[in-house]
Write a protein that binds this ligand. Sequence first.
Ligand SMILES: NC(=[NH2+])NCCC[C@H](N)C(=O)O
Length: 739
Amino acid sequence: MTAPAAHTFSFASSLAATSSTHLNLRVARPLLRRNFSLPFLTSLPRQNFSHPSSSHHHYHHQPQHNRRDHHQYYRPHYSPYEQPAATSLNFVNDYRDLSSLQRRTVTMAANAADSQLSALLQLGSIQEYPNCYPDINPQDIFRAHITSILHPITGVDKTIIYNALQWTASLDKGDMILAIPALRVKGKPTELGEKCGPTSPLVEKPVINGTFMPFFFKPGPLTQATIPTTKKLGREFGANKNNGLKDRSDPSKGKKRMLVEFSSPNIAKPFHAGHLRSTIIGGFLSNLYTAAGWDVVRINYLGDWGKQYGILAVGFERYGNEEALAKDPINHLFEIYVKVNKEIAEEKEEAEKLQKDGKTAEAQRMIENGTDEKARRYFKLMVDGDEKALALWKRFRELSINRYKETYNRLNIQFDEYSGESQVSEDAMNAAAKEMLEKSIAEESEGALIVDFTKHVPGKPGKSLEKPIVRRKDGTALYLTRDISELLNRDQKYHFDQMIYVIASQQDLHVKQFFKIVELMGHKEIAAKVQHINFGLVLGMSTRKGTVKFLDDILRDVGDYMHEVMKKNQDKYQQVENPDAVADILGISAVMCQDMSGKRINNYHFDMAAMTSFEGDTGPYLQYAHARLCSITRKAGLSEEDVAAADLSLLTETHAVNLVRVLSQWPDVVQNTLRTLEPTTVLTYLFKMTHVLSSSYEVLRIVGQEPELMKARMALYDTARIVLSNGMRLLGLTPVDRM
Ligand SMILES: NC(=[NH2+])NCCC[C@H](N)C(=O)O
């Protein structure tokens, strides 16, 4: 078989159907000789077609067939009177995509009574619609269809119409809405509305609302488009791996690479709320880009370098305990760190007292032999590469990472790289400093090297960037220097397309400074690839056991609390296989959902009572909704085949229809989230969906219904469970089956 060259032909003349409920499909031979798969012909529900019997239509129903042999089974003929009139569509290559769009619409229309199939077939080439993926996004079918209605009426470019079709804030506003001014057409909105005839098989005739044209989808086709797709795609429903392709028309060119730097705690120091938020948001963004088909690299940039590690080492010599270190490195190191810092503060106070009393020499001696000075010297050894000094530090680092990994696992997060400030090479930093000096970006000031932004960025913005130091008087580098160097290094190492830094908004200035410096150094293309994702504070983060220090403490405390809640319902509690693990998951869900409820930039109150409640939009509520769907599935006890064979046209109640409408939005919600990069976009949707869901249970019962109705409703609840589970996983939650 020859590869399809640039071949132009008319789709409509190859696959066409007459309108009305009786459909005749004709498939032209030339089409079938090409690499063109038409499995849909056999997958269509047969009762919806008049059986091909005339001599013109040799349609042998063969469930299994090889693509090459299509022509043996479909032997249609052309006959002049069957040539459809207005739907000649030119397209090149991409038959398969086109076929998918057509296939879906044909299938849907075949299932919908009163279908006007010829209208559907006017969709044309899928390439005329930007990012149209009818096989994985049910809404895209409708978006393309509405576009095909409005295009001939308005004469406006299909791309413009397609992009102007927005989702609605709530179901009463329609399923999709068009802001008419976006089309820039003359005439009254109402006139435009009039021109949209009432004949569409997929959408109701729009009723103009001011300058908006809302579209309500016909329930039958929407259900047909949504439920089978969701069930077929399962875990992948909502994902669109095309987003991350370097070239959407040529997947062989590979994926784009996204670096996400997040969490980044400081060894031996508390894992504070800022790190918690960075972890949650960064984990979510990594999942989001993975779902979008990017090659995601997760980086943890540890605070693991600086004089404080000299302090820690000196402290370990005094108070270290190998057993305690092995058992709980993070807490042990923190205890030591606190103790030594206290000593340092005391010594400093004493020295100041001596100084005040005029005992200068004694004060001097005190400082020279003091702990702080010892720590400084120790860190100097580390910088100079002293192996003994480094060995101890390395152990601290490794033990801490191992401990962190356990916690990250509980949050479903795995890092690809544990980098850190220690990993930034001195040579690279010196080179960067030299470059900054040569390019007159940095200048000497009292022995140190500073960047005076007022000289490089005019006006207020320059002033607001201040005058940071990039190298100390004693030649040592700083946090800022390391970030500059590390960014240049990552560009070399990863050749990334984009990078996200998930860092608290308290460091906004720091991030702006190093982004700008890199740009001023002439690396405009690097500066253009990086993005700071910031977030606000967590206020009042303390648990019943006092102010929290480490993430583990928070998670343990909330988990314990959830365990107590679970025990209150002994009946259910007895059925939970591993209550400790479930309580842990519920606690984590509580913490995470509270964190992701608002916009990232907002501060929020850490509120144990609120986050663990089952009333209101909480993590436990979402988990409950999921567990309930699982319970319904268990109780219904239907087989996969039963549910797959469900007659979806039985889903006619308003509750069922509204649930389908919300569920069909999920892939669009994911697309929108790629724009907002806000976890709340997903969470808000999941709460909206679960509210519609929980109001349906009373009306849409399964147990005790007619078998056919049971199957149809089960298919609907299955779809809801898939969407809920996918949404929860995207956020980083682990959906539970029982609780
Ligand atoms: N590239 C960065 N600066 N990332 C953020 C690091 C956060 C730092 N370890 C802190 O705790 O404040």
